[in-house]
Design a binder for this molecule. Structure first.
Ligand SMILES: *Cc1c(COP(=O)(O)O)cnc(C)c1O
Length: 394
């Protein structure tokens, strides 16, 4: 199996991780492309997650912007409110086939931790989630959710006690307990085979969207737009359209307070090629090549690297990567809430913010399909603070 996407990806890991990752790759190849596994995965997608998610024509938003027709792929309607569950169910199903009894995950804002705890409960697995102690303070509600679902949340006090430290701890635990433990990675990142595996579990988004847009419009869209943190919802939407040359594809990173300020999360605009979390890719780095911390108003885009398949798609010019500031994203958040009665996740609002700037310049017969990766319930405090300048809604 090819470990790379062009010059990117690979497996930059300590010796102790090579064996478990090789076993994982073999199991992934052995099970996940078989009919039995695919049917089981599809059954959970339908009966538990609630797929297919709707493709919704946003008529009022379209009229308001006065340009291209805008469609939304409603991943926010999935059980647990985002696309992350697609990947988590796929990986835990694989863990079950491998005979593992326990799953671990790392989490920053808590979204991937909650999704993993949900999947673990569904499959009766033991679950430990590593989370920086600083993040545990900031995201108390998600800590309660994980515990409610039966997961153990293990605080990590080392370093800055945030996501990076939680990732280190999860990898250490994986090395210690690879015999009975499966490490559920939350985005299309990490050493091979994770980026490939996560894409395979998320590509259902684009496969459904293609059928749905053909049904609605009788043709493919002119543009696809998805927000890019690690890149899983975006590659999930994009993958099935990569060979359709007439479809223009746009990935939207977080420009935070502006690329020039250094306070952003754009691995492409502000970064360089290096090694981060076991993969070679674009990442935010200082002059010495050390990882620079990322900043975005959205916790889910606040990641200094990007999935290696996106790095490849950027280099071959198939996908155009742009970035949108906090302010532009929050305008997208406000717009969708007011015109359609749908409160989007702030991550997804970056894709909406870009569309709000681009769609008015497009022709009325053009079609834009946006991945609405998640719902905004988790973000109401942040949004309230942003719009009112006062702290905490509740
Ligand atoms: C986690 C998250 C993201 C960012 O992750 P990707 O892997 O880039 O998709 C985007 N949107 C929502 C709603 C999320 O929860």
């Amino acid at each position: 199996m090819n470990k790379n996407f062009g010059n990117f990806g690979g497996q930059y890991v300590p010796e102790a991780l090579v064996k478990p990752l090789t076993e994982l790759e073999e199991a992934f190849q052995g099970y996940c492309y078989g009919e039995e596994f695919k049917n089981e995965y599809k059954k959970y997608m339908k009966e538990y997650v609630g797929r297919p998610s709707l493709l919704y024509y946003a008529e009022r938003l379209t009229k308001h912007l006065g340009g291209a027709k805008i469609y939304l792929k409603r991943e926010d309607l999935n059980h647990t409110g985002a696309h992350k569950i697609n990947n988590v169910i796929g990986q835990i199903l694989l863990a079950k086939h491998m005979g593992k009894k326990r799953v671990i995950a790392e989490t920053g804002a808590g979204q991937h931790g909650v999704a993993t705890a949900t999947g673990a409960a569904l499959f009766g697995m033991e679950c430990t989630v590593f989370m920086g102690e600083e993040d545990m303070r900031r995201q108390e509600l998600n800590v309660f959710r994980m515990r409610m679902l039966g997961a153990e949340v293990q605080g990590v006090a080392s370093g800055t006690a945030t996501l990076k430290d939680a990732v280190d701890e999860a990898f250490n635990e994986y090395v210690r307990r690879a015999g009975d433990t499966f490490y559920v990675v939350g985005s299309a990142v990490g050493p091979h085979p994770y980026p490939l595996m996560v894409r395979e579990f998320q590509k259902i988004i684009g496969e459904e969207a293609k059928v749905q847009i053909l049904e609605a419009e009788g043709r493919l869209p002119d543009y696809l737009i998805g927000c890019v943190g690690g890149g899983s919802n975006a590659i999930g939407l994009f993958y099935d359209f990569l060979k359709d040359d007439d479809v223009k594809i746009i990935g939207v990173e977080a420009a935070g307070k502006g690329i020039k300020t250094g306070l952003h999360a754009s691995a492409f605009e502000g970064g360089k090629v290096g090694v981060i979390h076991g993969m070679k890719t674009y990442m935010m780095a200082d002059d010495k090549g050390n990882i620079k911390p990322a900043y975005s108003i959205s916790a889910g885009l606040d990641y200094p690297g990007v999935g290696p398949e996106h790095a490849y798609l950027k280099d071959i010019g198939r996908v155009n990567y742009v970035s949108v500031t906090d302010d532009e994203a929050m305008e997208g958040f406000r717009l969708l809430s007011r015109t359609e009665g749908i409160i989007p996740a702030i991550e997804s609002s970056h894709a909406l913010g870009y569309a709000a700037m681009a769609a008015p310049k497009m022709k009325k017969e053009e079609i834009v399909l946006i991945n609405l990766s998640g719902r905004g319930d988790k973000d109401v405090n942040t949004a309230y603070e942003y719009f009112t300048g006062t702290s905490r809604a509740i």
